[in-house]
Design a protein around this ligand. Structure first.
Ligand code: ADP
Length: 570
């Protein structure tokens, strides 16, 4: 046997990792090359995978998380050891918190040296550090176990409540060799990683009994419902029952925000007044005031909850759940619709009509605010342009972060299709902007619009180079009001440093995109903003629009002022 033939019959750790991912339909890696995974990125690209390299691992991790949400396959983030791993960990923890499937794969130093703490290059016990921050964590020491390691990671990320998984691959693993045929046999194609989970019939009956007696029922759709891809079943539930619904921010568009049963424009009213609330893939966490208090009309009598979730331990996390429905959202919602049959009475007309009246009133008020043309622009007038662009391009993905920029965009910009809105999620985290944008462009092929507060943009701004390098159709709009919340704070000591919340005034963010060959535009008016966005989408070129917003516009911490101990009061 010639040496060449012998070599071609052997495989190594690098190729087994790549083959294991490809076997499971994973075709994209978001990462940042370096020791010991540089060759893994090269070889993965050589083997036909898309490898998207970032400038900082946190953004590669955020991209993997968003890809997981958008594709229902675990997004892969690949990093180097210790510092690179730690940079990716924020995104892994955030993915887990948001129930997005992702796998952080990090190279690591040699176990023998790390465990004896002998001071290896980038020494760190990464597995131990990752464990509490994700759903599951695995380490592979032998090439013949790569197939099992990747399979376990995929199943852990996707099954039940999705989340983040850590996979530790020590440097020595990559160069281990084994016979190619045995290597192929050691790989596992994961069968049904997220099987349907049918609800118990008695749970369905209990939920229907409660809904039947409701006088003021409400459906609350969360991002779990968007992730579950049960779009038609959810529509059937709303339309068969005639029950008004509220989408959480990333569930916007699951049904078009313009749907007549959307209660978004009467949010406070329906939360306070509803007597039976059906939660579909939404947790009663801080974003929903824990299901208690004035927001939920505590003074108006008890409310009853039905909760659909795949995670049984979510039930009763904040308030008593009268009718838990455990299973996947598609199966649970379909069971409810089937149980309703064709003769189910529609939700009471006085309740639905009362909501419609309030919506009309609030929408008329909002229309007047949006129509104003102050100079400089405020959040509302700028968002009028964004709203019109999104309406004209319903397939575009909207990424959104900031404080005021987030709050106002969420309430003003309607979404028309499912899984088109990506935002700060359960933690209200800053820094997801460019990572999510890159992922959305790469995995959907659709135009991406990122509406960014100037502070929020700063966390991931360097990734505009990544956007230019891959020539992605991303239009970043920076709402520039010269600071965090506002640009007008003063240094209370009277000293020469600016206040902690203030940035360089008149910053030229558009030049950041120009620096890497993209398009940079300044917009002073809603018309200029509209024209620049329309041009960006038509051309598909990486674009950054510096939208100049009145620096006095904006409130402290946006809508979560209450979480800020003194909210800037002197
Ligand atoms: P939001 O922030 O939009 O309110 P959350 O992230 O709080 O949404 O809630 C999402 C919920 O959806 C989680 O409790 C999660 O367990 C659940 N979930 C995710 N995927 C599914 C699924 N396929 N079937 C059922 N529940 C799901």
């Amino acid at each position: 046997m010639s040496q060449d033939t012998q070599a071609s019959e052997m495989t190594d750790g690098f190729h087994l990792v790549i083959d294991a991912l490809k076997l499971n339909g994973i075709d994209t890696i978001f990462g940042l090359p370096g020791i010991p995974i540089t060759d893994l990125t090269r070889k993965a690209q050589a083997e036909g995978m898309r490898v998207i390299s970032f400038r900082h691992e946190q953004h590669a991790g955020n991209a993997a998380a968003a890809a997981g949400f958008l594709t229902a396959k675990p997004g892969i983030c690949l990093t180097v050891s210790a510092p690179g791993f730690l940079n990716g960990l924020t995104a892994l923890a955030n993915a887990t918190t948001n129930c997005f499937p992702m796998i952080l794969i990090s190279g690591s130093s040699e176990r023998e040296v790390v465990d004896l703490q002998q001071g290896d290059y980038e020494e760190m016990d990464q597995l131990a550090i990752a464990k509490p921050l994700c759903k599951a964590a695995f380490r592979v020491l032998h090439a013949q176990d790569i197939g099992v390691g990747v399979a376990r990671a995929i199943r852990s990320a996707l099954s039940g409540r999705p989340g983040g998984v850590y996979l530790d691959l020590p440097a020595k693993l990559f160069s281990q060799t084994m016979p190619a045929e045995a290597g192929q046999r050691s790989l596992i194609k994961v069968v049904e990683p997220a099987p349907r989970q049918l609800p118990a019939p008695e749970s369905v009956a209990r939920a229907l009994d409660l809904l039947r007696t409701a006088k003021r029922p409400l459906i609350l759709l969360g991002k779990g419902a968007a992730y579950a891809r049960a779009d038609e079943a959810v529509r059937a539930l709303v339309e068969t029952s005639g029950i008004p619904y509220l989408p959480m921010s990333m569930a916007k568009g699951l049904l078009p925000d313009t749907h007549e049963l959307s209660a978004s424009a009467a949010r406070s009213y329906v939360l306070a007044e509803a007597d039976v609330v059906l939660l579909v893939g939404a947790r009663l966490n801080w974003l929903l005031s824990h299901g208690k208090g004035k927001t939920w009309g505590a003074d108006k009598g008890a409310k009853q909850f039905i909760q659909i979730d795949i995670a049984p331990t979510e039930i009763d996390s904040n308030v008593a759940i009268a009718a838990p429905l455990i299973g996947d959202i598609g199966s649970c919602v379909a069971a409810l619709v089937q149980g309703m049959g064709s003769s189910w009475p529609k939700a009471p007309a006085d309740w639905v009509g009362g909501i419609a009246d309030r919506k009309d009133k609030n929408q008329t008020k909002m229309a007047a605010t949006l129509a104003a043309n102050p100079s400089p622009m405020n959040f509302h007038s700028a968002l009028r342009a964004v709203r019109d662009i999104v309406k004209a391009h319903p397939d575009a993905v909207l990424v959104n972060e900031g404080a005021n920029t987030l709050d106002f965009t969420r309430s003003i910009v309607d979404m028309y299709k499912p899984r088109k809105r990506l935002d700060v999620g359960t933690w209200g985290i800053m820094g997801i902007g460019m990572g999510f944008s890159v992922a959305a462009a790469v995995v959907t092929g659709q135009p991406v619009i990122a509406i960014e507060g100037d502070s929020a943009f700063g966390f991931s701004g360097m990734e505009v180079e990544t956007i230019c390098r891959y020539n992605l159709p991303v239009c970043v709009v920076v709402f520039n009001n010269n600071g965090v919340y506002r640009g007008t704070d003063v240094n209370m000591s009277g000293g020469t440093d600016v206040a902690p919340t203030v940035f360089v005034k008149g910053a030229r963010y558009e030049m950041m995109m120009q620096a890497f060959g993209g398009v940079g535009v300044v917009a002073h008016t809603p018309d200029e903003l509209h024209a620049a966005m329309a041009e960006a989408i038509a051309s598909g070129r990486p674009t950054l629009i510096n939208a100049i917003i009145d620096e006095t516009a904006g409130t402290e911490s946006g809508r979560i002022t209450s979480l800020n101990p003194t909210a800037g009061k002197k």
